[in-house]
Design a protein around this ligand. Structure first.
Ligand code: TMP
Length: 254
């Protein structure tokens, strides 16, 4: 049997050639990395949770007319996606100060920001994904000004949607990262959401307790990452409430 062709392997996912032209299969690994892969571990079950959570979010975005690369989930770890030409930027949207903005600007973690703030980072592991400005993006031709305007509009729509989605289940969306890609409809280019949206790429805090339900649990050694991600999945209604409890065995019927 012919083996499918691997197209790309990243830190947390693998892309394979898809069943039809213009598609890929995106496989979610259990690998967790932080600080540009200085810290790494394999966390059993993380890939399965992120596949489900990202499916849930991406299909909801598709449903409200925010275009994404997601087509459908195939199995526990894989989803069918549209091939896009990835724009080499990590687009971060922040609602509340945390992480690198707190360090860089001396703003206490948890301080609400006056408005959503968008930042761009150039996707290059060797350089440690440096922050860049619109000037860099246009000058080095990673995207033109129209693309940047489209990316900002897309990121803000995702922010509005995700903020409401998580608020409804008692979670504060502190910040998140998306990646975007180009697709072509004949001569027309569209920019759509790509990659994944999961607790790996968001900061999610329980509204009541402040408990962290995202990858900071791994970055900062705060406990079980899969417990945190399962909690997010449960609240979103995509895991049964008792999914992590051991099942009882078969019962004898008299
Ligand atoms: P930061 O505070 O470390 O800059 O992260 C901002 C948001 O972006 C946070 O939700 C985590 C996410 N993020 C990624 O998804 N990938 C990355 O490589 C980094 C550095 C952050």
């Amino acid at each position: 049997m012919a083996r499918r062709r691997m197209v790309y392997e990243g830190k947390a996912k693998i892309l394979y050639e898809g069943p039809e032209p213009g598609t890929y299969i995106q496989y979610f690994k259990d690998d967790a990395t932080a600080f540009n892969a200085e810290k790494r571990d394999v966390i059993e079950g993380k890939g399965v949770l992120n596949n489900r959570i990202s499916e849930h979010i991406m299909s909801a975005l598709n449903g409200i007319g925010v275009p994404t690369h997601f087509i459908r989930r195939l199995n526990m770890r894989e989803q069918l996606i549209r091939q896009v030409e990835i724009i080499p930027l990590e687009v971060v949207v922040r609602n509340v100060a945390a992480g690198s903005i707190s360090k860089r600007l001396g703003i206490e973690e948890g301080e609400p920001l006056p408005r959503p703030i968008i930042e761009f980072y150039y996707k290059d592991d060797a350089l440690g994904d440096p922050m860049v400005s619109e000037e860099h993006i246009v000058a080095f031709n990673w995207a033109n000004q129209q693309d940047i305007d489209d990316i900002i509009a897309l990121a803000l729509r995702v922010n509005d949607f995700l903020t409401g989605l998580f608020l409804g289940v008692g979670i504060k969306l502190v910040d998140f990262k998306i990646e975007t890609g180009r697709i072509w409809d004949g001569d027309f280019q569209r920019i759509i959401v790509a990659d994944e949206i999961s607790p790996d790429s968001c900061r999610l805090w329980d509204i009541e307790t402040g408990r962290k339900l995202d990858k900071d649990v791994f970055r900062r050694d705060l406990g079980s990452l899969t417990d945190a991600y399962s909690e997010v999945a449960k609240r979103l209604g995509i895991l049964p409430q008792n999914a992590t409890k051991p099942r009882s065995g078969p019962k004898l019927v008299h």
